[in-house]
Design a binder for this molecule. Structure first.
Ligand code: RUQ
Ligand code: CUA
Length: 867
């Protein structure tokens, strides 16, 4: 008998289980049908979907194109995380609106001219041993030849340098394998000096080249005094790459106008495009940067142009440090293999990619085996003698990325601009392996660390140009389209389309996310742009307003939810500097600061100090306020700048007679406020006790929150003194204000304190089993928390200990959840129903859900001390 019943029970459990699966599948089918999704779509979704709170494996830093910024997103989710302000003003980050960021932007001025846009192309991550070290990011500006350095710890731009001799550049930025230098090649040939030279002296006076920027890897600083430029013919240098491994010490730079054609369409001459593509081959420049860096130290070997050292071509030639290798035809990308033994070049107007063997090039150099020299006397190495093989890829090959099987299978990926494809091929044998169509006109492609000596594979991102026909129409200017491709198996497959609503992003680099060290908080009073303590650092209690002549300095602080000072009065015509320090330590307490109508704005992450200087040239009253919604009292985080004209006489306004509260009313309000504070304090004390009892100090993130909370709490004593003094002086009105301030501090304390408590509970509670987690979900979805609060009697009984309150607790509770109506007559239930004036409803829980809920209840009991 027992046996049969048992079997029936387990059978019904199985049926219930099948029911869940069947209904799950139906739901999925329904969605697929309604949205027209295929199995392949579902698979792609499963490979990219990242549940709320999930993290990506890779971080991508993409050029922001004409926005002059850098876009950060995650792979495989393709979620955009940040725009890093670089060459152009960016209001949210206060970039270009506070004194220090203005200074960094001003580093990018060219010959005194302010430049407010940038054409960012090629980001690069610093390397150690040819591998990404995750420390620094650099990016170039093609239009205004500049390079910026971004600190990856706080993802903030720290330096901009202007190229002193180029008028445009494209082949930057490329780190040498230990980040000793950054290579930056020119683009359009132009005079290196800043003088006028007529076009018909192109070959004589126009030049190209590669600037070799010295990089201080430790400090993340480009050192212009230690940098130099290798002069090259005006061949329109293009992309570059630094040799590594076998080819360490050498650099490679393409070019596309070995014809030195100068155009002149308005004079009836064929346009540039005809003249520059006349020859079947252009030149790859091969140069020994390591040797040239040594040579540049001797003033005999350099000429100074615009205060910068340039190594003339003859010096490079004489010292066997500069060579040319022909490459077909109007080439674009040049990419060095992970071991540095091969150099792959794509010819945009050729259907081929050419693989050069470094050993062959080196042999020709060592044997002085040249096919001749160019008009400037640079030795030319024969193409056939330098090339290993050519791969027939298709129309418009541009760029290459390597895959993890580069050694065994020569795994490489190339983009085809005209054919709109990504091609997988073998660069050892030049055999094509697979093709993947992409949306439209692909430019660069980004592999996961695909240009380092340690490529990861898994994904390739196709950086497609204007996304025709892919998204909802948004006017004639289309977004760009980054497509994520799965390359982990034999056949590539498309996973995800991400429209990029900013700039034309040329190149992107991807790095394993765990390689980046993330800075959550600045040391109090830091100027992030110098890394030093800011001259305007102000701590609580040090706030002041100082006048020096007609310059007014405000030393202010910001902390939830007030700005100190709140009134600043200056004279029209004064120069005003606001120094502001964000005194917060909690990660989520960024404040922003602006003064209405004065075009200043700053972002103040916790610990940061900023300076805002402006001329008070408008008379009047200007509210200033915090621009981040930082707490429930964020709107109240404000103050006034009053600008008065000292030459004017102001008449006083007649005072309005406002109705005052009676003494008794004031007393009642005072008592009520004090009582509220006493009650609130009791809550705080219980949280503090819990935190102390559970050794919060052992957990740094909890400790940071508690420190913040106690900071707030510590301010109460002084307010209390002021309140008591006001009572004594008979000014209850004022006392009430101080009591209210006490309450504000208490609320802030409690707010942070409770967050600390929740965090601590998560840290110290025993982990939930899968079943308990499911049970917790079922509990929430069933709305059980509408009547029950764990750890407290509310509209229903406390659930802590419920399994122990009854004999055969588990069975009893299970029955009660699944069939409450059968137990309504039970005496105990009757009395409970009376007490709460509510009856436990049947929430239609399945047996499986009920079992899971019981697992959850067991977890509660195990952690009873935490509630
Ligand atoms: S570049 S694709 Cu700078 Cu190739 Cu644009
Ligand atoms: Cu601080 Cu809003």
């Amino acid at each position: 008998m027992r046996n049969i019943l048992g079997r029936v029970a387990s059978l019904s459990a199985t049926v219930a289980l099948l029911g869940t699966f069947a209904s799950g599948a139906t739901e999925l089918d329904k969605v697929m049908k309604e949205r027209g999704l295929s199995q392949a779509d579902m698979l792609a979704a499963a490979k990219t979907y990242t549940p709320s709170g999930g993290r990506d494996k890779y971080l991508v830093f993409s050029s922001g194109g004409q926005s002059g910024q850098v876009i950060v997103y995650g792979v495989p989710s393709m979620r955009i995380l940040k725009y890093i302000a670089v060459f152009t003003p960016e209001p949210w980050q206060g970039w270009g609106y506070d004194d220090d960021t203005k200074k960094i932007l001003a580093q990018g001025n060219i010959r005194g001219k302010k430049i407010t846009w940038g054409d960012t192309h090629h980001p690069a991550i610093s390397e150690t041993d040819g591998k990404y070290d995750g420390r620094w990011l650099v990016i170039n500006d093609k239009a205004n030849p500049r390079i910026a350095v971004i600190d990856l710890e706080d993802m903030v731009t720290k330096q901009i340098v202007v190229n002193p001799v180029f008028k445009s550049e494209h082949g930057g930025s490329f780190f040498t394998p230990n980040s000793e230098y950054i290579l930056e090649a020119a683009q359009y040939g132009a005079p290196l000096d800043n003088n006028y030279h007529p076009m018909d002296e192109f070959a004589e006076t126009y030049r190209g080249g590669v600037t070799v920027w010295k990089f201080n890897h430790k400090e993340g600083k480009i050192e212009p005094e230690k940098s130099f430029t290798i002069e090259m013919p005006p061949y329109m240098q293009d992309l570059s790459d630094a040799g590594k491994g076998a080819s360490y010490g050498w650099g490679f730079t393409n070019s596309f106008n070995s014809e030195m054609y100068t155009g002149g369409i308005e004079k009836g001459l064929p346009p540039f495009e005809a003249g520059t593509s006349r020859n079947d081959t252009d030149f790859m420049h091969v140069y020994n940067w390591k040797k040239l860096a040594e040579l540049a130290k001797d003033p005999k070997n350099v000429k100074i142009v615009n205060g910068h050292r340039v190594i003339p071509m003859e010096v490079s030639i004489k010292n066997n440090a500069l060579f040319l290798v022909p490459e077909p035809k109007s080439p674009h990308g040049v990419d060095v293999s992970p071991d540095g033994k091969d150099i792959v070049v794509c010819g945009k107007l050729d259907t081929h990619a050419t693989v050069y063997g470094w050993d062959k090039i080196k042999k020709a150099i060592d044997n002085k085996d040249f096919s001749g020299t160019d008009p400037f006397g640079i030795p030319i190495i024969d193409l056939k003698k330098a090339a290993n093989c050519q791969a027939e890829l298709g129309l418009g090959p541009l760029h290459n990325q390597f895959g993890p099987k580069w050694k065994e299978d020569g795994e490489i990926y190339s983009s085809l601009y005209v054919d709109s494809q990504v091609v997988r091929w073998n660069y050892h044998t030049c055999e094509v392996k697979d093709r993947q169509n992409v949306n439209y006109n692909i430019g660069h492609l980004a592999g996961m660390e695909g240009k380092t000596s340690d490529p990861q594979g898994e994904y390739i991102i196709a950086l497609n140009k204007l996304a025709i026909d892919r998204f909802n129409e948004i006017g004639p200017l289309h977004p760009q389209n980054h497509q994520l491709i799965d390359v982990s198996s034999k056949k590539m497959s498309l996973l995800y389309d991400m429209p990029i609503p900013l700039g034309e992003p040329h190149q992107a680099v991807a790095i394993r996310a765990d390689k980046i060290k993330h800075n959550v908080r600045y040391k109090m009073g830091t100027n992030p742009f110098t890394g030093k303590i800011h001259e305007g650092k102000t701590l609580a209690g040090q706030e002041k307003i100082v006048r020096k002549g007609n310059h007014v300095y405000v030393y202010g602080t910001m902390v939830r939810s007030h700005i100190n000072p709140e009134h600043v009065t200056v004279n029209k015509g004064d120069t005003v500097t606001f120094y502001l320090t964000n005194l917060e330590r909690a990660e989520d307490e960024t404040h922003g600061f602006t003064i209405d109508q004065y075009n200043v704005h700053a972002s103040l992450e916790p610990g940061k100090t900023v300076a805002l200087t402006f001329k008070a040239d408008l008379e009047g009253v200007f509210p200033y306020y915090c621009t981040e919604f930082c707490s429930a009292l964020h709107l109240e985080m404000m103050g006034y700048l009053l600008v008065k004209d000292p030459s004017k006489k102001y008449t006083k306004a007649a005072k309005l007679k406002l109705k005052k509260m009676s003494k008794a009313e004031l007393k009642a309000e005072y008592d009520k406020t004090v009582a509220t504070n006493t009650a609130t304090d009791a809550v705080i004390q219980s949280v503090v006790k819990f935190l102390k009892d559970n050794n919060f100090a052992k957990y740094p993130t909890v400790k940071a929150l508690v420190t913040d909370a106690l900071d707030q709490y510590g301010k109460i004593a002084e307010q209390k003194k002021l309140s008591d003094a006001a009572v004594k002086a008979g000014d209850l009105d004022k006392a009430i204000l101080f009591e209210n301030m006490i309450w504000q501090y208490m609320v802030k304390t409690a707010d942070v304190g409770i967050r600390a408590k929740d965090l601590l509970v998560k840290k110290i509670a025993t982990p939930m089993s899968e079943a308990a987690k499911r049970g917790h979900d079922a509990y929430l979805e069933g709305g059980c928390n509408g009547c029950h609060v764990v750890g407290k009697v509310s509209s229903g009984p406390d659930l802590v200990g419920v399994l122990e309150r009854h004999e055969n607790g588990e069975k009893w509770v299970k029955e009660w959840i699944m069939h409450p109506e059968t137990m309504y007559d039970n005496d105990y239930i009757k009395s409970m129903t009376n007490y709460f004036n509510l009856r436990m409803p049947n929430q239609g829980m399945s047996e499986k859900q009920t079992d899971d809920i019981i697992e959850y209840l067991k977890w509660i009991d195990k952690n009873a001390n935490l509630f």
